[in-house]
Design a protein around this ligand. Structure first.
Ligand SMILES: Cc1cc2nc3c(=O)[nH]c(=O)nc-3n(C[C@H](O)[C@H](O)[C@H](O)COP(=O)(O)OP(=O)(O)OC[C@H]3O[C@@H](n4cnc5c(N)ncnc54)[C@H](O)[C@@H]3O)c2cc1C
Ligand SMILES: *[C@@H]1O[C@H](CO)[C@@H](O)[C@H](O)[C@H]1NC(C)=O
Length: 379
């Protein structure tokens, strides 16, 4: 196979930037990356960046999750862990009980010693992982550093624009040009759709004449708010709370970062066909208030802190909960990589590495992509 020369990737999130990174690093190939807002304006900046190697064991995602976790360590070694705020940490599930909050605050008892910083209303805790299988990375810094590598090593180019259609070669039915909203056109030998929760619109409009693509089950988006607070101490234990209704109709997760920030998210919305534009996701005050109320109940160390950043983003969901990765049907040079749900930061790099191999040699050696193929939805 002749390596492709004009690779056009639509979507500058963790999937698009990981693909650009591995094309440059392992194949010496440049690409054109298109995104209306630049590098990672959406979920790939605003995610927690929490990584757990063993939490998909026993499912079709086990290999991807485990290899993906190990690959993050390699990337951290290559790009510099401190440049992307990568580190290992511990993780616990902590149960909270309302009746306890009225009692005098006291430090966790001996049997709760696995709790590092939660000091309010704790009634139980369980270790969910140690620094052997838990890590974290700053998702925006990761995307920016991977992109910087592709740009500097191989001359890959970022085009700021929104793709609104593609032009097909009349003989081969391959995508030959990619058109931006402002009317400019970009030549393509290979075309990759990596539009996260926006992928549904992309497939519906660009490929509307191609039934096998436009009739794929919808890719939906789940909106979820998050915020960053900075307590006085730097913690090193991620916590998944179980409040049994005390926080409201959902729970929160808190990921302390090495820069001292604590990332708090929770209360995800429903699966919807996305209608907000990338980078313009409205931050709803009610949702932030919910997060703040819940956070206040967890510890005296975070209670009352005012978030310095509040944000919202959408993660993509597929019909069967598995990512959609591989060649699109009936168009010889079109590929897709999306649908990573709540694990896109963890699984993004291994996806990028696998898709780079697929584009260059026709198959992926590092990861078996069969379970993720769009063909699984063919009748
Ligand atoms: C609150 C929250 C917390 C999360 N926490 C974690 C976590 O701790 N660990 C983890 O592993 N995962 C986490 N995730 C999941 C992870 O963020 C996503 O799975 C991942 O970022 C998806 O990456 P992506 O590249 O597919 O999509 P995105 O990051 O959404 O990127 C898609 C890009 O496509 C662009 N685009 C869309 N339409 C067009 C168009 N027409 N033309 C050009 N460009 C277009 C958009 O601008 C966007 O930048 C979290 C998600 C959320 C929302
Ligand atoms: C359209 O946008 C692209 C990318 O930002 C830019 O390079 C190009 O010059 C613009 N074209 C027109 C016709 O405005």
């Amino acid at each position: 196979m002749v390596p492709p020369s004009k690779i056009v990737i639509v979507g500058g999130g963790v999937i698009g930037t990981s693909l650009s990174y591995f094309l440059a690093k392992e194949h010496g190939i440049s690409c054109t990356l298109i995104d209306p807002k630049g590098i990672a304006p959406g979920a790939s900046s605003k995610a927690g960046g929490f990584l757990a190697s063993h939490w998909r064991d026993g499912t079709d995602l086990e290999e991807m999750q485990r290899l993906g976790f190990d690959l993050h360590q390699e990337i951290a070694n290559d790009l510099g862990a401190s440049n992307i705020d990568y580190r290992r940490l511990t993780c616990s599930a902590v149960a909270i009980d309302e009746s306890q909050t009225r009692k005098v605050q006291k430090p966790p008892s001996k049997k709760l010693e696995s709790v590092e910083w939660v000091d309010r209303a704790v009634i139980g805790s369980a270790t969910m992982g140690t620094d052997e299988n838990i890590a974290q990375v700053h998702p925006r810094k990761l995307c920016e550093k991977m992109w910087q590598f592709a740009k500097e090593k191989q001359g890959s180019q970022l085009v700021k624009g929104k793709v609104n259609k593609v032009i097909f070669d009349t003989e081969t039915n391959a995508v030959s040009k990619v058109c931006l909203e402002n009317g400019s056109e970009i030549d393509a030998d290979v075309f990759v759709v990596a539009c996260g929760a926006w992928t549904h619109h992309a497939l519906q409009s660009w490929f509307k004449e191609i039934d096998a693509i436009s009739s794929l089950p919808p890719i939906t988006g789940v909106k979820c708010h998050s915020m960053l607070v900075k307590p006085d101490d730097v913690f090193s234990q991620a916590v998944f709370f179980e409040s049994d209704g005390y926080f409201g109709d959902a729970d929160i997760e808190v990921y302390p970062r090495p820069d001292g920030d604590c990332y708090v998210n929770g209360f995800a919305g429903d699966e919807v066909i996305i209608s907000e534009e990338p980078g313009e996701e409205e931050v709803e005050k009610d949702c932030i208030d919910q997060l703040r109320n819940a956070m206040d109940m967890t510890t005296t160390k975070l209670g009352g802190l005012i978030p310095h950043t509040t944000q919202a983003c959408y993660w993509p969901e597929t019909d069967d909960g598995l990512p959609l990765i591989g060649k699109l049907p009936q168009v010889p040079n079109a590929f897709i990589a999306t649908g990573h749900s709540v694990w896109g930061i963890l699984q993004g790099p291994i996806t990028g590495k696998a898709v780079a191999e697929l584009l260059v040699s026709g198959s992926s050696d590092c990861l078996d992509l069969k379970a993720f193929s769009p063909e699984r939805f063919a009748d």
